[in-house]
Design a protein around this ligand. Sequence first.
Ligand code: NOJ
Length: 495
Amino acid sequence: MYRTFVLFLLISSTYCDSSTLNNHHFPKNFKLGAATAAYQIEGGWNEDGKGVHMWDWYTHTFPEKIKFNYTADVACDSYHKWEEDVKLLKNLGVSHYRMSISWSRILPNGTANNINLKGVEYYLNIFKALKEANIEPMVTLYHWDLPIYFHEMGGWYNPLLAKYFGEYARVCYKYFGEYVKTWITINEPQSTCLGGYAEGTKAPGYIHMGEGLYQCAYVHLLAHASAYHIYDKEFREAQQGRISIVIDSGWAEPASDSDSDVSAAQVERDFVLGIYANPIYNGDWPQAVIDNVAQRSYLEGFPKSRLPQLTQEEIDFINGTSDFFCLNTYSTNYITSGNKVNESIGDPSYYLDKGTSSFVDPSWPSDVQWVHLVPWGFRKLLKYVYEHFNHPEIFVTENGWADLTGQLNDTNRITYISEYLSALLDAHYEDGVNVTGYTVWSLLDNFEWTNGYTQKLGLVQVDFQSENRTRTPKDSFKWYQGVIEKRCLVEECIE
Ligand code: NOJ
């Protein structure tokens, strides 16, 4: 205990300018944790009856789409080394561990008529060990590893998926509900729908800029709501847990005070964050999304809007399906207006529907192009989410720093996380935002999707060259351990 504390002081004073950090204690029940996801750490891709999923297929079929042709067939080998991971978590002192279940490990074909008990056992063992270590599991049902069977049926374009996702969720509640009291249905629909089903930069690599993202968003919302209602009706009373969806967004800051930049930033938020959050927290798509897509579809000669219109029944089915707000966020962008809604009519495109353009300030510290140290943007985002989505309890389910080296003395990661936590405390104490938890991405360096193992976000380094996948805690691990122990970012905290 004493050793950790001294290390914490040493590391804090070396790396952080504590004078600028918020000096309040974390609120009494505030949770500090760490996260991973099944495909990124588990390996064991074809062991013990696991079925094939979309990322297995994508990395094996299109090796050229992944940096250095990497796959996650072995990844951190957590399928075999989960006990070591739980020990690391215990040593770190976290209150919760956000992890995901691999759908095809539990249901090899995706469908609930064939349950793989070996897969069930794998997760049960982890949950039991977490319980023993007094760590609360926060479990994502779907973190991008869609069973191949559903991919072949059109994946997230196919509304039938909502029914099958609900059935899979029911199996998980049934087998794991005794241990799991915090459920997340789906991770980051924006990343999937933009990357996988519109731009084609992530699995499954579909390019459909005009309709892809909207149809994918629509099916995600239906699937999420199905899983929510099944929990609500069939399990909540007995299991006494809660359930939400993770929504990802950076902060969209107007590039200037001009009316056009201010309204462009709002439209950007509607098209990136609101398109998923509004139907769940307020009902229906954001008005700007409805209007822009309808107008452009009309000018492009479509008989009706490319945005699926939600029926009243669907609006009611989706609205209110969240017990709290889960937010993943890494960066900020400046937003300015791009094309007008009635300009550049030609190939249908989500980007032209949105009509904004974005850029970052080159002075913002960054090691990779999608993470920037902009803590004030994080604070504004928290406030915005709180004010626009019915004052929900907000839980930060992912935030962290990516570097290219994976070095043990990860100064930049410590600076980033400490400044973001400080901004979070500002949002709580000064802006009155009800934010109740923070989860570092990630516990381990892991398979960073199409970037393979080239981008590192772990508090723990993993040696991907060694058969043992040796884990070595970085300086940020020791620093975060100190923060959790002290519940404070500076030497002396006030209440
Ligand atoms: C988003 C995803 O949820 C996670 O899988 C990914 O590794 C991190 N953020 C970093 O990109």
